[in-house]
Design a protein around this ligand. Sequence first.
Ligand SMILES: O=P(O)(O)OC[C@H]1O[C@H](OP(=O)(O)OP(=O)(O)O)[C@H](O)[C@@H]1O
Length: 563
Amino acid sequence: MSPAPVVAGPHPAVAALRVAVRPGLARAAGRTVLVGCSGGADSVALAAALAVEAPRAGVRCGAVTVDHGLQQGSAARAAATAELVRGLGLDPVLVARAEVAADGGPEGAARAARLAAVRSVAGTVAGPVTVALAHTLDDQAETVLLGLGRGSGPRSVAGMVEHRDDGDLRWWRPLLAERRGTTRAACRALGLPVWEDPWNTDPAYRRVRLRTEVLPLLEDALGGGVAPALARTAALLREDLDALDALAAARLAALLEPAGTLPAAPLADLPPALRRRVLRGWLTGAGVADLQSVHLLAVDALVTGWRGQRAVSLPGGVGVVRRSGRLALEPTRVPGGAAARPGPVHDSRGDPSVSQSVPAPEAAAAGEPAPGSPVDGPLGPDHGYGPDIDHVLLTEEQIQQKIRELATRIAVDYAGREVLLVGVLKGAVLFMSDFARALQLPTQMEFMAVSSYGSATSSSGVVRILKDLDRDITDKHVLVLEDIIDSGLTLSWLLKNLGGRRPASLEVCALLRKPDAVKVDVPVKYIGFDIPNEFVVGYGLDYAERYRDLPYIATLRPEVYSS
Ligand SMILES: O=P(O)(O)OC[C@H]1O[C@H](OP(=O)(O)OP(=O)(O)O)[C@H](O)[C@@H]1O
């Protein structure tokens, strides 16, 4: 018997990419697929795979290439890429011109412009369109790391999805399980020219530094397999998040009342992950855009920390109120004075925060009575200061949450060391006591009392020691706890003073900072919130020795200063 003829199959990399696109093509029946092609190895390899597999699956497949107009010769580059994919047999091949906005980061602006350009040319194709994007497993790993670094929640760590419907358009990423090496090998095997985008090696971009510095270091330190592990983590997380989202959507549908309100009691019984999703779904479904986690936490507090708060202001001129046991959305009242918002509060990651205002008596009367004793104010015990308070800048919950975050970070930074906390009396006393309890490390405590304000609302600039430390701090790891950095004069003086006593290390953790008031720059490693340049009281901060006992941070009505 003669030997069977040897049939040369495609190169393994080419074969792998062809196999990768098949399941998605089966879902693309009746649609036109356009490969988003930059001319780089990933998208050229994807175009080549689809050029072979799409006709077999009976799917029309073309391409779209975007001219960002940002680099010299970009129009010629787009034309050459269009020519290349036409040569592969793709049809139609469209060139889209992106208008990149001048504001925002260059990566984000180029991406937004690219998506808009693709969307607009896809609209010129008859029938539904699927745009195939060539993101690989390596891109996914970078996305997961970027999301982790941003700390913006599990969705950003869950990476990119394979399919996403966006009106008539569907985005499809068939290569999320393939490595970048495979697309390069496929291009080489097929003799396809690829364009090396100089931006892909420019260390000015965060993603490039992750790719060229962080991931290789992680691979080395963790013994390899990091990119697939990150991609796998993202996939598992996505499954969990999708399940939670589906549960929340079902719960929202069940709870939503005909008037668009939500009953608070059944919401309070839900686990936080579900409850916040229900609230987010409710708010976004009602058209609230740009919802930040701080907004959501404040709305959540209407459910779980109800003390008679007034409306929580949200972006877009709406607020959420709790009335008669239900949450309702209503336009925010244009404040006639007392309830005016002063300006954004930023936490250390720059999230704009919400402020909640103390209810006017008529609002409290119309709303649900606050539980507890009659001396309770709208945000909990107001210690009888109620009439003096103008608005609340940071709620008790926001402060406590921030302290937990700071303590977690500091416990990592100081692992294995014993910390000597130096509290600056009197302002930092509440911060010190909550922080010391949150910090999971052995700590010792010392206090120093200084004063530069007396009963004024601006620093005299002259710092006086009212009480010195009780002991030597030589060779100790000193962490100074300050309630607020305003002009910075107190801290600048204090750091010089303490630094002269030869501690092993000296750092500062301040709960608040007023960036617009700082007169001397002081090195502060840990900051809770950046706040507007207004005189604030509460949570240790006083005006004429009053208000330190409030559990939240607020501003005072102007009459208080004049009386
Ligand atoms: O950055 P600066 O402008 O120097 O202000 C910050 C300092 O002012 C406050 O102390 P204050 O002198 O009012 O004493 P107290 O803590 O006893 O209220 C605050 O507790 C800080 O220590």
